[in-house]
Structures are given as C-alpha cells and as structure tokens.
Ligand binder design. Structure first.
Ligand SMILES: Cc1cc2nc3c(=O)[nH]c(=O)nc-3n(C[C@H](O)[C@H](O)[C@H](O)COP(=O)(O)O)c2cc1C
Length: 139
C-alpha cells in the first residue's frame, strides 16, 4: 500500500497536522496549492463564489498516480471542504481517502464516503491525542 499525504492550508494548521502524521508514518507530505489569494478576512466572503463554481481556480500538487491510498488534511470552510480540496478530489475516489479535518468547532459535511474521518477541533483539546489515535489504525 502506497500512501500519499496531501494537505491544503490557509493559516498553517493543516500543514502542521499533516507534518505530524507524515513524521509518525515516515511519509512525505505534499501541499495542494491554488491560484487564489486567501489572505485576510476577505477569504470568508470569497470562497463561496469558488464553491458554487461561479469563479474558476487552478490547482497544483504532486502527482498522485503512484499512490493507492490518501491521507488528506483539510480545513472546514462553511461546514464543507474548501473548493481547492473539492477540485483535488475530483479524480480520486473517496473510499481511498482518509479525511483528517481541522476546524474551529464544526464537523465537515459531505465526506461520508471517505475511508476514515478524523475531526480535529481547535475549541476542543487534543490534537496530538487525535493524531496518535489515528496513527494506531495503521498498526
Ligand atoms: C473561509 C473560512 C471558512 C471557515 N468555516 C468554518 C466553519 O464553518 N466551521 C468551523 O468550525 N471552522 C471554520 N473555519 C475555520 C477553519 O476551519 C480552521 O481555522 C482551520 O483550522 C484552518 O486550517 P488552516 O490553518 O490549515 O487553514 C473557516 C475558516 C475559513 C478561512
């Protein structure tokens, strides 16, 4: 089984979580990048136009072909996945994906088909414990 760890981040939480998982599983970690400026408060207004398909974006990421399973670390945006992550998943079946989700307090909706779902919420404690618990599923 070849596992690819990918993450999308705006403020660094998903990068940190992905790197912790990568370190524990001894696997490389790859960013998913887009061509949108998400800095500042405007991101909260902007993302809906991309989510609804009114605006188009380009994304770039390390080739996924050699992987047969994925760990995808993503923030929650408006209770769902950011449009960047949605685009990344267009060519990957959800049953091959473990979704590791970072949010302030909400769960991510629309990912019920994922192989595994891990929610890490800032308003509850225990990021490291959640990661540890998840890593145990690989033993
Ligand atoms: C546009 C936007 C929408 C968000 N919507 C939610 C939400 O609906 N529920 C929630 O709990 N957190 C929400 N958040 C908070 C992020 O999910 C949270 O801060 C996450 O840890 C950010 O990860 P990052 O640092 O990797 O970008 C939102 C953040 C942004 C920028």
């Amino acid at each position: 089984m070849k596992i690819g760890i990918y993450y999308f981040t705006r403020t660094g939480n998903c990068k940190r979580i992905a790197e912790k998982i990568g370190e524990k599983l001894n696997l490389e970690v790859f960013p998913i990048k887009d061509d949108v400026d998400w800095t500042g408060f405007k991101a909260y207004f902007k993302f809906q136009s991309y989510a609804k398909g009114k605006k188009k974006m380009e994304i770039t990421y390390h080739d996924t072909d050699k992987f047969d399973r994925f760990i995808l670390v993503s923030p929650v945006w408006g209770s769902r996945m950011p449009p960047t992550v949605k685009l990344f998943l267009e060519n990957i079946p959800m049953e091959k994906v473990d979704m590791v989700v970072s949010s302030k307090m909400d769960k991510m909706r629309g990912i019920e088909d994922a192989n595994r779902i891990v929610h890490i919420k800032q308003y509850s404690s225990g990021e490291d414990e959640k990661i540890e618990e998840y890593i145990k599923t690989f033993a």
